[in-house]
Ligand binder design. Structure first.
Ligand code: PMV
Length: 352
């Protein structure tokens, strides 16, 4: 049975329960640094590719219980990990003007907190599932603004393929939207060098960089220029320019962090080996570009039809690492399946 989006939203909100799926996104022009920590307003705009791999599936159910329950991978979260979710649910309760408690049941297909964008897929899925369970019918922009309050990068996982997050100047004006990318079929291979959670959260790493790095003002000045260059490269479907700008932007983000006191360094020797491998593969004619986030795992951008060859070549050179091949994927959507289960995904969009 296939429900229409309206039927699906009604069904989900009538029984106070909704399940959403969202994919991670990897930034090609990075977000690094908050102007407003409470509202999660960034200093600069950013742009990313939503992938078709490694999703988060989240069910939110309204309950009569005295308190919220937050499960990740079947285990109850406690402390700051739990309160990050319950504070987000408080925002949804305020939007809906309701006060029921919830059970949140979330499953990640990728390691959590290892710079593999699990917070982007996690808060995008939570925004859609929670808002639907509370009977809200948010459009994509409102959903993006809501997801942003959980994790800035989550604002972009609401959308298919390439999305730009406009920095904005207040809660209303800071949202992501889709960027048309006709003629540009992007792929990416994520490497898993270290699946452990990072020791410095992106929140703390950003704060330290903004507060102490003398290079941060240059980042704030340059990033809007690079974002414009990236949008122009996408508009003319110029893969070489997209890759070149993305790799350079990632290196510049890490350069601002290295200037912090004490330095914020997410990469290790294995990451550097991968950066060398990418340069060698490119020299051999396999056009690919490296990018890295708040963790040691290198992500490698290529043309969609080169993903399999790239994954093979990486594993030939580094047989002991994990690889996740991916292409451009869909934004957050409602599904009928249970987290971790295999039952039917809706083919219709569950959010406008
Ligand atoms: O949204 P957060 O707090 O997980 O920050 C993400 C920061 C980077 O992944 C390093 C860059 C980005 O734009 O996604």
């Amino acid at each position: 049975m296939t429900l229409t989006p309206q039927q699906l939203a009604t069904t989900a909100s009538e029984d106070g329960r909704a399940t959403a799926l969202a994919n991670p996104n990897i930034a090609l022009v990075k977000y690094w640094g908050k102007r407003d920590e409470a509202l999660i307003l960034p200093w600069t705009g950013s742009l990313s590719l939503t992938l078709d791999a490694a999703p988060t599936t989240t069910t939110v159910r309204l309950t009569d219980a005295a308190d919220d329950v937050v499960l990740l991978g079947g285990r109850a979260l406690e402390g700051t990990a739990r309160s990050r979710v319950t504070r987000f649910i408080d925002l949804v309760r305020a939007l809906a003007d309701r006060d029921e408690r919830v059970t949140v049941d979330s499953h990640n297909e990728i390691p959590t907190g290892a710079g593999l964008a699990s917070s982007a897929s996690g808060f995008a899925a939570l925004a859609l599932a929670a808002s639907t369970a509370f009977g809200l019918d948010l459009d994509r922009r409102a959903l993006s603004r809501l997801a942003r309050r959980g994790s800035g990068s989550a604002s972009r996982s609401i959308f298919d393929g390439i999305a730009v997050w406009h920095a904005g100047y207040d809660d209303e004006s800071s949202f992501a939207e889709a960027v048309p990318a006709r003629g540009l079929d992007l792929g990416m291979v994520l490497t898993v060098l270290d699946a452990r959670a990072k020791s410095v959260s992106s929140r703390d790493g950003m704060r330290r960089t903004v507060d102490t790095s003398p290079y941060y003002p240059a980042w704030v000045e340059r990033t809007p220029v690079e974002l414009e260059e990236m949008l122009a490269a996408i508009a003319r479907a110029d893969f070489t320019a997209v890759g070149t700008i993305a790799e350079r932007n990632a290196m510049r983000m890490h350069a601002t962090m290295l200037g912090a006191e004490p330095p914020v360094r997410y990469w290790g020797p294995a990451s550097v080996e991968l950066l060398d491998l990418v340069a060698n593969l490119r020299g051999d004619g396999l056009e690919c570009y490296a990018t890295m986030d708040a963790g040691p795992n290198v992500k490698i951008l290529c043309r969609a039809d080169a993903v399999d060859e790239l994954a093979t070549r990486i594993l030939e050179a580094q047989p002991d690492i994990g690889v996740i091949p991916a292409r451009a994927g869909r934004g957050a959507r409602l599904i009928t399946s249970e987290p971790g289960g295999s039952a039917g995904e809706q083919t219709t969009e569950g959010a406008r």
